[in-house]
Write a protein that binds this ligand. Structure first.
Ligand SMILES: *Cc1c(COP(=O)(O)O)cnc(C)c1O
Length: 398
């Protein structure tokens, strides 16, 4: 019997506990496990290698992506690193031009030093991926929707090109979540998540995941997980599992709120451009509508190309919090050029369309009317330079 996503989120990997009947998977806060005899084959022997709370999370994550195997990590970057461990000196990776800043950093500042070559192409046109293929291409690394410009890549088309080239396709599915997009069903080989974001969803834990259905890749990735040791603590696994129970409810509200925010911003005279794949005018709207069941909770937009305009706007907000990260219940905004993408060189940033006036919103689950009213007020007040000072110190009642 195959269950629907919402049912799997609650049940997959989470039977009632055998010993006590605990209806919620307990936190097995132990580093090691008693063994019956030397050379036995216990299910668990040492928490770096495996832990029951983590095993529950890993089984659950696999089910959400419709996969056979899941591996949990201490952060999204640890998950990304786990996949990059598949590479060796002399290998070539094709990836997106619009990419999470931390992925760009580990590619260019670490793996590049180990002799791995990277091509950054506009993957929204799969022909660019085909053109970038070399004899040593080992991975096609995609992010869709991308961070921070919400570009959408045709995953199935790129995976086909990768397969023909003998390369694996990896998709960072952090922005979409498995509620909205399941890359393995689109022929990708590996899915990566920062579970810090939507999957946990409450901005209170760091985590990552690597998910695949391929035995050969799983064996290697599992070996690297234990060999490198960037595993999540049992308590963090428990928190992520708890977050997952409301994943589809949260994402449903976040998508609905984001659509309303995107529509509001599109009609605002101070907003130069809105990036949201759910808007019919978005250049990749058709691909997004085909491969995603909704368009996600992230909306980016551009104010005047001027960091001071952004500063005034941020100061005038009351509900929205300026912070790194995304995907939580509380609405956040960030300024990619100085925050998430500060590690991308300024000239590269500009060339990729990340201008100084860019703002990225992570729309939470508050009431859309309140979120929009706050943006509206802040846009109005920040356009009149003189009036901005005082609101900073106001405290929101309740
Ligand atoms: C945040 C993020 C990461 C990194 O995850 P951490 O949990 O912060 O290490 C990777 N990819 C994307 C798309 C992200 O947003």
């Amino acid at each position: 019997m195959s269950y629907h996503f919402d049912t799997l989120a609650i049940h997959a990997g989470q039977p009632n506990e055998r010993l006590t009947g605990a209806a919620t998977i307990p936190i097995f806060q132990t580093s090691t496990f008693a063994q019956d005899e030397p050379g036995g084959q216990p299910d668990f022997c040492y928490t770096r290698t495996g832990n029951p709370t983590r095993a529950a999370l890993e089984a659950n994550l696999a089910a959400l992506e419709g996969a056979r195997y899941g591996l949990a990590f201490s952060s999204g970057m640890a998950a990304i690193n786990n996949v990059l461990n598949l590479l060796k000196s002399g290998d070539h990776v094709i990836t997106c031009r619009d990419l999470y800043g931390g992925a760009y950093r580990i590619f260019t500042k670490l793996y590049h030093n180990f002799g791995v070559e990277f091509s950054f192409v506009d993957t929204t046109d799969p022909a660019n991926v085909a053109r970038a293929v070399q004899g040593n291409t080992q991975l096609v690394w995609l992010e869709s929707p991308s961070n921070p410009l919400l570009q959408v890549t045709d995953i199935a088309a790129c995976a086909e090109i990768a397969r023909a080239a003998g390369a694996w396709t990896v998709v960072d599915n952090t922005f979409a979540t498995p509620c909205l997009q399941r890359p393995l069903e689109l022929s990708a080989d590996i899915v990566v998540h920062s579970t810090t974001k939507y999957i946990n969803g409450h901005a209170d834990v760091l985590g990552g995941a690597v998910i695949t259905s391929r035995d050969d890749l799983y064996e290697r990735l599992k070996f690297f997980q234990n060999a490198v040791g960037a595993v999540p603590a049992p308590q963090d696994c428990f928190l992520v599992l708890r977050g997952i129970k409301t994943l589809s409810l949260r994402v449903e509200r976040q998508c609905a709120n984001a659509r309303r925010v995107a529509e509001f911003l599109s009609g605002h005279p101070r907003v130069r451009q809105v990036y949201y794949p759910g808007l019919p005018g978005h250049p990749n709207h058709a691909v997004a509508a085909r491969q995603m069941s909704d368009f996600g909770g992230i909306v980016s937009f551009e104010l005047d190309d001027d960091i001071d305009a952004v500063r005034r706007f941020v100061r005038a907000l009351r509900l929205w919090t300026l912070a790194e990260s995304l995907g939580g219940v509380k609405s956040l905004l960030c300024h990619p050029p100085t925050m998430t993408h500060a590690s991308v060189e300024p000239n590269v940033r500009r060339e990729r369309g990340i201008r100084d006036g860019l703002v990225r919103l992570s729309v939470g689950i508050e009431h859309a009317v309140d979120l929009i009213a706050d943006l509206d007020d802040a846009l109005r007040e920040s356009s009149l330079e003189a009036c901005c000072g005082d609101r900073t110190h106001e405290v929101i009642a309740a």
